[in-house]
Design a binder for this molecule. Structure first.
Ligand code: ATP
Ligand code: MG
Length: 345
C-alpha cells in the first residue's frame, strides 16, 4: 500500500506544481509532546513546501484526539505552545496558513455525527493503525474515541474541503476512510466533498531510537526543540546491532538503517553512500555522524524557535486568529451539510 500511495504521490506532486490554487491542504498533530524528526521529514517539510508553492494550508492541533489513547490530556498548554513554536520556526506563515485547534471549532466537531452514520462498526474495527495504537495505549480501557477518531479526522479534512493531506504512513488507513466518507456522502446527499489524496514524503515512516515508529508518546524520539547535547545523548542511546560494518538495509537492520537514513535526510544525501563512508567504523562512528548531521541541520530551526519562545503572546495570537478563520469556514460547511441532507431545518 505504501508503494502505490507513493507512486500516486509523485503524480500528485506534478499536478500540484502545475496548478497550486486548485489544492487545499489539511494536516495536523496531536498536542501529546514535542514534535520530532519523524514529523519533520514525514510531514512538516511538505507542509511548508506546499505553502511556498502557493497552496492554502490548514494545520490542526488536534486537542480532542489526545484522549484517543489516554484517560486525560496532560500539559496541553505546554505542548500546544511547543507545536506553535515548531511550526513558526520551520516556516509556517500565519499570513498564508491557518493554524487552529479542535476545541475552538465546534461546527467542525458537529460533522462527526452525520459522518459516523456513513461507516460501519466493522470498518472501524479493521483499521490497522488503530490496532497498533491500542497495543501502545495508556488507557485503562479502550474507549469509543479510539475507534471513531479516524471519522473525526474525516471531519477535520472535509470541513475545509481539503484535497491533499501530507502524512506519514500511519495515516494512510485513515485517509482511505475519509475518501470513503466523502464518496458515500456525495452519493447519498449530492456532491459536496472532494476525495482527498495522501501526499507521502520520502520518509513516511522514520523509526525512533528503539527501532519502532518514532512517536512523541513513546519516549523514542528526537525532538526538534532539543538542545545539541540532548540530541547527542538520545542518539548515543539508540538501538543498533553487533555488526561493526555499517550498511543501509532497512529490511534486515532497522535500527542501524534508521540512523543512516536520519543522517542522509539531514545531509540531503543518498543513505547507501552515507553508510559506505562510515563502513567499518561501527556504531560509535555512525552515531557521531548522525549527531553532527542532525545538529547541523536543525541549528537554524532551533535558533528561530528560541527567538519565537521569547514572545509567547504573539505565538498564541497566531492560534487565536487561525481559530476564528477555521470556525467561520466550519460554520459554512456545516450549513451546506444540513442543506444537502435536507433535514433539521
Ligand atoms: P503520538 O505518539 O502522540 O501519536 P506521533 O509522533 O504519532 O504522536 P501524531 O501527532 O500522531 O504524532 O502525527 C502527526 C503527523 O506526523 C502524522 O501525519 C503522522 O503520519 C506523522 N508522523 C508521526 N510520526 C512519524 C514518523 N515516525 N515518521 C513519519 N511521519 C510521522
Ligand atoms: Mg500518532
Amino acid at each position: 500500500a505504501a508503494t502505490t500511495a507513493h507512486l500516486r504521490s509523485t503524480d500528485l506532486e506534478h499536478r500540484i506544481a502545475r496548478d497550486p490554487a486548485r489544492f487545499r491542504v489539511l494536516t495536523g498533530d496531536r498536542p501529546t509532546g514535542p514534535l520530532h524528526l519523524g514529523h519533520h521529514f514525514g510531514t512538516l517539510r511538505n507542509r511548508v513546501r506546499l505553502q511556498e508553492l502557493g497552496v492554502e494550508v490548514f494545520v490542526l492541533i488536534a486537542d480532542y484526539q489526545v484522549l484517543t489513547d489516554r484517560d486525560t490530556a496532560e500539559r496541553l498548554q505546554e505542548y500546544t505552545d511547543g507545536l506553535l513554536l515548531d511550526y513558526l520556526a520551520l516556516g509556517i506563515d500565519p499570513a498564508r496558513s491557518t493554524v487552529f485547534n479542535h476545541s475552538a471549532v465546534p461546527a467542525l466537531n458537529q460533522l462527526l455525527l452525520p459522518f459516523l452514520s456513513l461507516v460501519s462498526v466493522a470498518e472501524l474495527g479493521r483499521n490497522p493503525t488503530v490496532k497498533d495504537e491500542i497495543a501502545h495505549s495508556r488507557q485503562s480501557a479502550v474507549s469509543g474515541l479510539m475507534y471513531t477518531y479516524p471519522v473525526h479526522q474525516a471531519a477535520d479534512i472535509l470541513f475545509c474541503k481539503g484535497n491533499v493531506v501530507p502524512v506519514g504512513q500511519d495515516q494512510l488507513p485513515h485517509l482511505e476512510l475519509t475518501r470513503t466518507i466523502a464518496r458515500r456522502f456525495n452519493e447519498r446527499y449530492g456532491n459536496l466533498f472532494p476525495e482527498p489524496e495522501a501526499l507521502l514524503s520520502a520518509a513516511p515512516l522514520l523509526l525512533g531510537t528503539d527501532g519502532t515508529k518514532m512517536s512523541k508518546s513513546r519516549a523514542n524520539s528526537i525532538p526538534l526543540g532539543a538542545t545539541a547535547d540532548e540530541t547527542a545523548r538520545l542518539i548515543r542511546g539508540a538501538t543498533t546491532d553487533a555488526d561493526r560494518h555499517i550498511t543501509y538495509d532497512p529490511e534486515t537492520r532497522p535500527g542501524v538503517s534508521s540512523l543512516v537514513l536520519l543522517a542522509a535526510l539531514c545531509l540531503d544525501r543518498d543513505p547507501h553512500e552515507v553508510a559506505a563512508e562510515i563502513g567499518g567504523g561501527g556504531a560509535a562512528a555512525l552515531k557521531r555522524t548522525v549527531t553532527d548531521a542532525v545538529n547541523g541541520h536543525l541549528a537554524p530551526v532551533r535558533a528561530r524557535r528560541a527567538e519565537y519562545a521569547t514572545d509567547l503572546t504573539y505565538v498564541r495570537s497566531v492560534l487565536r486568529a487561525g481559530n476564528e478563520r477555521a470556525a467561520a469556514l466550519a460554520e459554512r460547511t456545516l450549513e451546506e451539510v444540513r442543506e444537502a441532507m435536507g433535514t433539521f431545518r
